[in-house]
Ligand binder design. Structure first.
Ligand SMILES: [Fe+2]
Length: 315
């Protein structure tokens, strides 16, 4: 199996790029609501940071006919893996990729775009609490931690992340979900089985449950609601809430206390029951897995919990 000889090893998620309708509107929205810091802002592109990193969120203006939402995810290579090695690896491993000089672009079996970017050497490698800033706000995420998507090709997409991107399996939720990691944190990539493939969420890591309390109060004051949560996941252990983003079709998960995996972690298979998803009990409303107008309206008015079923997807 290619896994044995994989020379690609990833360090972390570098950034996620979203297509937005209006960069000038979206950049300050993400900044003030989630505690991000705008690094660059132009009419067609903005970058935002969680903490001291260059940026974790890239917003680009959607072109004519382009759908809003997820555009690509960039993965940073480990220190021991130069871009040249990643280039050689892709040449021998995968057909559908593109050399952009300073980064590589690869499409997975469902056409989702991944970028491979070189290791970033940071001059100051001390933890954030040991550093000094005059521009980062109080309520900010520690990092962009993972992404999650709904896939109709669980086997093919899992194989891509393991064999081509060199990720390791963290855990399985029977056939319904697969979690993958590149570091000791439980996952950087999560795949959930669905007949309707769609990007599901980006996830920001906040320091603890107290920070989440302040954050969710802040989001509520900006008119946001939680599509699910607060939740304690059985798989991955994180406590979190999922924030519905109506402007772009996705959720933002805000989490803390994710499980740290031991070296040579052995993947586990969790039973597909509600406690694997939420040790505190409730499963999400079905609207949580949808991004159409009816689902958002149902969620906005909490219709499912008031006994009014979610209508089928129209069209
Ligand atoms: Fe997540």
């Amino acid at each position: 199996m290619a896994r044995e000889t994989s020379v690609i090893r990833l360090r972390k998620i570098d950034h996620v790029c979203l297509r937005v309708g209006d960069v000038a509107e979206a950049a300050p929205r993400y900044a003030i609501q989630f505690g991000l810091t705008i690094r660059d802002l132009a009419s067609d592109r903005a970058t935002l940071a969680c903490d001291y990193e260059p940026y974790s969120l890239e917003l680009v203006a959607a072109g004519p006919g382009e759908e809003l939402g997820f555009a690509h995810c960039a993965w940073q290579l480990r220190r021991s893996v130069p871009l040249e090695a990643a280039r050689d690896w892709l040449k021998s491993t995968w057909e559908s990729w593109d050399d952009r000089g300073d980064h590589l672009v690869v499409a997975d079996p469902e056409g989702v775009e991944h970028h491979l970017v070189p290791y970033l050497h940071e001059d100051d490698r001390r933890p954030a609490v040991a550093r000094r800033t005059s521009d980062l706000p109080a309520l900010r995420p520690r990092k962009l931690g993972h992404i999650n998507r709904l896939t109709a090709d669980m086997e093919g997409v899992t194989r891509f992340h393991a064999d081509v991107l060199g990720m390791e399996i963290s855990d399985y939720l029977e056939d319904a979900g697969t979690w993958l990691h590149v570091s000791s944190e439980h996952h950087q990539m999560a795949l959930v089985s669905s007949a309707a493939p769609h990007f599901h969420h980006i996830a920001f890591d906040y320091v603890d449950f107290g920070a989440l309390r302040s954050l969710f109060d802040n989001l509520a004051s900006h008119g946001r609601w939680l599509s699910w949560g607060p939740v304690r996941h059985g798989i991955a252990q994180n406590m979190c809430g999922y924030v519905r983003i109506t402007e772009e079709p996705l959720h933002v998960e805000c989490y803390c206390d994710m499980e740290q995996l031991e070296p040579e972690h052995e993947p586990r298979t969790f039973p597909d029951d509600r406690f694997s998803s939420n040790t505190w009990g409730p499963l999400p409303p079905r609207s949580y897995f949808r991004f159409d107008a009816a689902a958002i309206e149902s969620e906005r008015e909490s219709l499912e919990t008031r006994g009014i079923p979610l209508p089928p997807v129209s069209g």
